[in-house]
Write a protein that binds this ligand. Structure first.
Ligand code: ADP
Ligand code: MG
Length: 281
């Protein structure tokens, strides 16, 4: 069964797409079967995977309006095959901006991605959904399909406030639409160890969210920023860079965390809302 994770944060430019693309490549590298879903009309995750968003015949848009299946619309990242980091992409482009409006008039509008992914469930170990920076109908489709949310965040002054908002939003989606949804973890990205403020915020995060903070920290690394212009994930563009190594370590941490979560528990976990679960120590 595929585990489905949204990469979400209502802020733009926090590293969602970089996380999505490099997590996919890292998971593929450690032997996982991966599908990337690009729910952002900007199509950056599609391009960053080496797939030209302008030449796509079918995208996740067609899947959402049910004019195509996932199997018909997905493409393979041929460019990544040689590196051993290839995965499938259900691409997105500006067409998706229209889905927002069109979905409003349709039935089961927030559950369409979930329904479509069910058909390919056996073919993947991980489905990673790159979300746009808003709580739109597109993001809601991602959150309704997902088992968990990965929140990339920069350790800046207002970071905690932003995370609290997001935790509340996810709690609402959990309560109203998807009882499976939980925050898998907070990922510290673009981290600069030389900055005292970042270290302080990082410590606060750990105090506040405990185990929900991933152990892996993604450093600020120029190779990760350069990679998209070559149509490659940083993990493939420069495997020896600090950024690439961190993302492979993060992929391994995700595999381990998912293994823990799906292992039979001694006593069943109470169905706590995501918001309060995230606040536990
Ligand atoms: P989002 O999807 O949240 O809008 P992106 O992943 O597109 O954010 O990242 C925003 C910008 O920051 C991009 O130019 C990206 O290349 C850059 N970036 C992301 N993560 C890192 C990092 N760890 N080190 C350096 N630059 C990064
Ligand atoms: Mg993005």
């Amino acid at each position: 069964m595929a585990r489905i994770f949204c990469i979400a944060n209502q802020k733009g430019g926090v590293g969602k797409t970089t996380t999505a693309v490099n997590l996919c490549a890292g998971l593929a590298q450690v032997g996982q079967r991966v599908l990337l879903v690009d729910l952002d009309p900007q199509g950056n995750a599609t391009m960053g995977s080496g797939v030209d968003k302008r030449s796509l015949e079918l995208t996740v848009y067609d899947v959402l309006i049910e004019s195509a299946t996932v199997a018909e619309a997905r493409v393979r990242t041929d460019k990544l095959e040689e590196s051993g980091c290839a995965y499938d992409v259900l691409g997105g482009n500006r067409e998706l901006a229209g889905a927002e409006v069109e979905l409003v008039g349709l039935d089961r509008r927030e559950k369409r991605l979930k329904a479509a992914l069910a058909a390919v469930d056996a073919e993947y170990d991980f489905v990673i959904v790159d979300c746009p920076p808003s709580l739109s109908m597109l993001t809601l489709n991602g959150l309704c399909a997902a088992h968990g949310v990965v929140v990339p965040m920069q350790c800046e002054y207002f970071a905690l406030e932003g995370v609290t908002d997001l935790v509340n939003t996810i709690g609402q989606v959990h309560a109203n639409f998807n009882r499976d949804l939980q925050i898998i973890g907070l990922l510290r990205v673009m981290f600069d160890t030389r900055t005292t403020l970042q270290q302080q915020v990082s410590e606060q995060l750990q105090q506040h969210f405990g185990d929900k903070v991933f152990k892996t920290v993604i450093p600020r690394n120029v190779r990760l920023a350069e990679a998209p212009s070559y149509g490659l994930p940083g993990v493939v563009f420069d495997p020896s860079s600090r950024g690439a190594k961190a993302f492979v370590a993060f992929a391994e941490e995700m595999v381990a965390r998912v293994g823990e979560a799906s292992a039979p528990a001694a006593s069943p976990a109470p169905a706590a809302p995501a918001a309060s679960a995230a606040g536990d120590d």
